[in-house]
Every structure is written in structure tokens, then in C-alpha cells.
Design a protein around this ligand. Structure first.
Ligand SMILES: C[S@@+](CC[C@H](N)C(=O)[O-])C[C@H]1O[C@@H](n2cnc3c(N)ncnc32)[C@H](O)[C@@H]1O
Length: 324
């Protein structure tokens, strides 16, 4: 029991060690290779002895392993920390402003107020709007943590979709995935103006820019009309019930009868740990929350939308449909 408790108490150190390895570029240097600590240190510009100790811990938690000559390589899980996999998500979680928001958790629990604002003096999205460097790291982290997007066109049939509107769609990773699966569909990417401005490069790389309309705006004012499929991916969990009611009412207002809304989120209740960890993460970052299926259905019904099917996506994500 004490061992288990010590694991919990030191879990933050393991996360910090992982962030440091990613910041140093260790996973990319070890991609497909097995090297001695001195060789890795040379390539990433680190102190060999200190790096060796970092590698030993990474091996201890299953991210790396060493052969009989003490040469280190990545395990399949560790390989997920490469820059072209989940590395940008680790970079985001390791950012000082992101991690230090958790210092305000006790305040958030005491008062119900978001920790981020207490610690940093402004809401997280205002913070990002004022700092393009942080916004770029945030958007890259969101895109990297979105490998489950590939499963969206498998779970939901977009073949009849004409105009897909991705609300608060970031730089368009999900919209691009959907449009690539549905060559006849066009897309509307809606987000705050600073984020939408950064989207063309990503959409162009995915080969769908010519089928996309980019709209900068505020979800709480109004959302674009005329879509037959609307998407809210990892958006409702950013907001409390009152704000969700406003933005879902705006969706309902913009949607024609028969149009469909797809809610992509983690759903509390299906497994015990990750949705609950993300629930506190949302309490810290935005004052939002992760919800049960019943809570999502109630929010949709209150906005005059009819909840439909709950579909499984990869990585424990879910897709809930709703019709106008
Ligand atoms: C957690 S990210 C999700 C991005 C994307 N949908 C995904 O699943 O990767 C939340 C997004 O909401 C956007 N956002 C925040 N406040 C907004 C507002 N008032 N109006 C429009 N977009 C907003 C942010 O810029 C960000 O891209």
C-alpha cells in the first residue's frame, strides 16, 4: 500500500522526467536506434552522467529499455513521444504556464473558480491569444493528441455531407480528416480569428484548403449557418453548463431542421481514470468539466436538439450525435 501511495506522490516527477526527455529531443534521437548514454548526450547536447540517470528512470517506467551493454532504445510506448507522434502533447503539458496552473487546484476546489485565472490573472484562451508562441505550441499539442480523429469517418458516415462546419476546430486537423474521407464535401473551419489565421498552412498540407472556408468569430455570439453537419470536438468540456447552453443554443439557431451535430468528447463513466483526470484538468484550465452521457443528453435537449447515437472512437473517445 505504501509503495502504491509513493507511486502516486512521485507521479509528477515521472511526468517531469518525460517532459525533460522530450524537451531535449531524446525520443527523436532514439527513433529506431539503440545508443549509449554518451552518444545520446552528444547528439542532444546534454551532460552524459545526468542524461544516463534520466534514461534509467525512463527505462524504469517502461518508456525506454537498455540492452546488456547499457545502450538505450525506445519501447513502443516511448516511441509515441517522438515529435511526429505524441511528443507535441508532452511539450504542451510540460510548458511552465500550463503545468503551474495546477498550483491553483486547491483554490479551484475551495471556490469553484478556474485555477488558471487565479494563477495567471486571465482565462487560458485570452492568455493564448496574447502569445502566438504559446498558441502555436497549444495548437500543435491539440493536433498531436488527436490521432483518434482518424476513427471519426469510420464511426460516422459523412458520405451524404455537403457542408461540414467544425466549430472551434483549431487549425483544422479533424475537418481535414473528414474532408479527405468525403471528396464531395466542403468544410467551414470556425475558431477565434488568431487560430483561424494559422490554419491555411495545415489545411494546405492535408490537401483540403481549396474546399475550406475559414471563419473567425466567437462561439458565444453566433456560429456559421448553412451546414448539414456541425462538429464540436473537445469544446463543450472547456465550458460550464451555462456557457454550454449559450453555445448550443447558437448551434441550434444556425442549424436547419435535419442538420446533425456531432459532439466528440471523453465521457465519464466508461473507464475510471482518464476522464476523471481530464475532468480536473478542465477544472484547472478553463472551469469546464468532463460529463456523463446523461449530462450531455440533458444539455442537448435543453438546447432543443435531439440526442441520438453514442459511437465509440479510438483512445476511449466517444461521438454523440444530435439532430435539429
Ligand atoms: C480544446 S481546443 C479543441 C480544438 C479542436 N476542436 C480539437 O478537437 O482539436 C478548443 C478550441 O476552442 C477555441 N475557442 C475558445 N474560445 C472560443 C470562442 N469564444 N469562440 C470560438 N472558438 C473558441 C480555441 O481557440 C481552441 O481552438
Amino acid at each position: 500500500m505504501e509503495q502504491d501511495l509513493m507511486r502516486i506522490l512521485t507521479g509528477g516527477w515521472v511526468a517531469q522526467a518525460t517532459f525533460a526527455a522530450v524537451r531535449l529531443g531524446v525520443p527523436d534521437v532514439l527513433d529506431g536506434r539503440r545508443l549509449a548514454p554518451e552518444e545520446i548526450a552528444e547528439e542532444v547536447g546534454a551532460h552524459p552522467g545526468a542524461l544516463h540517470r534520466l534514461l534509467r528512470l525512463l527505462a524504469g517506467v517502461g518508456l525506454a529499455d537498455a540492452d546488456g551493454d547499457d545502450r538505450y532504445g525506445l519501447t513502443p510506448m516511448g516511441a509515441q513521444l517522438r515529435g511526429d507522434a505524441l511528443g507535441p502533447l508532452a511539450t504542451l503539458y510540460g510548458e511552465d504556464y500550463f503545468a503551474s496552473a495546477w498550483d491553483g487546484l486547491a483554490h479551484a476546489v475551495r471556490t469553484g473558480e478556474p485555477a488558471f485565472e487565479h494563477v495567471h490573472g486571465e482565462p487560458v484562451f485570452a492568455h493564448l491569444a496574447g502569445d502566438p508562441g504559446k498558441a502555436a505550441v497549444f495548437n500543435a499539442g491539440m493536433a498531436a493528441g488527436a490521432s483518434f480523429f482518424r476513427g471519426v469517418p469510420d464511426a460516422y458516415d459523412f458520405s451524404g455531407a455537403r457542408r461540414v462546419v467544425d466549430l472551434a476546430g483549431g487549425t483544422g486537423a479533424l475537418l481535414a480528416t473528414v474532408l479527405r474521407s468525403s471528396p464531395a464535401a466542403r468544410g467551414v473551419l470556425f475558431d477565434v480569428p488568431e487560430v483561424v489565421e494559422a490554419a491555411p498552412a495545415h489545411l494546405s498540407r492535408m490537401g483540403v484548403l481549396d474546399r475550406c472556408e475559414l471563419v473567425g468569430g466567437d462561439l458565444f455570439d453566433s456560429v456559421p449557418e448553412g451546414g448539414d453537419v456541425y462538429v464540436l470536438s473537445r469544446v463543450l468540456h472547456d465550458w460550464d453548463d451555462e456557457r454550454c447552453a449559450v453555445l448550443l443554443a447558437n448551434c441550434a439557431k444556425a442549424m436547419e431542421p435535419g442538420a446533425e451535430l456531432l459532439i466528440v468528447e471523453r465521457v465519464v463513466g466508461q473507464d475510471s481514470y482518464l476522464p476523471l483526470a481530464f475532468d480536473l484538468h478542465m477544472m484547472v484550465m478553463t472551469g469546464g468539466r468532463e460529463r456523463t452521457e446523461a449530462e450531455y443528453r440533458a444539455l442537448l435537449t435543453e438546447a432543443d436538439l435531439t440526442p441520438g447515437r453514442l459511437l465509440d472512437l479510438p483512445l476511449g473517445m466517444r461521438l454523440l450525435t444530435a439532430t435539429r
